[in-house]
Write a protein that binds this ligand. Structure first.
Ligand code: LRY
Length: 231
């Protein structure tokens, strides 16, 4: 077995926890995110997904499970690890797998997606494709990406932003690319939804907000409480 396949195999059937705090938020601090990541690993996370070079470095130093790194620049268009430079910086910060935008939109550095993946593979990197549609996944698969994911479904205008995970896209990807690990990520908010996507054949699930974003979780509860008040 190669190191890459051992790494990817270690994710199989598991829960990956995404630990991210957004600009201006109270938890946006590498030490805080490292504590959150360590707590998630203690609960059984098989890997941690995280954002930003300082968080990647801090979390890699804290947990023994693999770290999936990305670097967000802005919050619209191609913003998840948008260029080869961003990806290489994530790897230099210590992540084991780099997650990159895998949409068919033009990339800020003028490289194609396939050129980006080829350069990262030449560096020896393992790449996760954050796709927004089936056509994105087909492009990422064609480029030989190691892991495909539904991360950007509902955020690029090609797929409806479903309340829960995009199980339809997940299923299409699994059927079309049976030899490639397909991860379900995005709007998995309950253990039941996580079970459902695993039963649909996902290699692993990524849960972020529902585990690591207290402001959102508070809003969900607050809305329910207020709804009850109006009855
Ligand atoms: C669209 C986008 O920018 N997604 C980001 C990707 O890293 C994160 O903001 C999400 O929290 C992550 O994908 C996990 O999803 P959820 O938080 O829904 O469990």
């Amino acid at each position: 077995m190669t190191m890459t396949s051992t790494l990817i195999d270690s994710l199989r059937g598991g829960l990956i926890v995404s630990a991210q705090a957004y600009p201006g938020e109270p938890l946006r601090h590498p030490e805080t995110m490292a504590q959150v990541a360590e707590a998630a690993a203690a609960g059984g996370a098989v890997a941690i997904r995280c954002q930003g070079l300082s968080d990647i470095a801090a979390i890699k130093g804290r947990v023994s499970v693999p770290v999936i790194g990305l670097w967000k620049e802005g919050d619209e268009g191609v913003y998840i690890t948008p260029t080869l430079r961003h990806a290489r910086c994530c790897l230099a910060a210590g992540c084991d797998i780099v997650a990159i935008d895998a949409t068919r939109r033009p990339r800020p550095d003028g490289l194609t997606y396939a050129e980006t993946v080829a350069a990262l593979h030449a560096d020896g990197a393992v790449v996760m494709a954050d796709c927004g549609s089936f056509d994105d996944a087909a492009m990422a698969h064609e480029a030989g990406t190691d892991i495909l994911s539904t991360t950007l479904s509902g955020y690029t205008g090609e797929r409806e932003k479903t309340d829960g995970p995009d199980v339809e896209l997940l299923t299409q990807m699994i059927e079309a690319f049976p030899q490639t690990p397909v991860i379900c990520e995005g709007r998995i908010h309950t253990p039941d939804q996580a079970r459902q996507v695993m039963e649909a054949g996902a290699w692993a699930v990524v849960v972020g907000t529902a585990i690591t974003h207290p402001t959102s979780i508070t809003r969900w509860f607050d809305a329910a409480v207020r709804q009850a008040n109006t009855r």
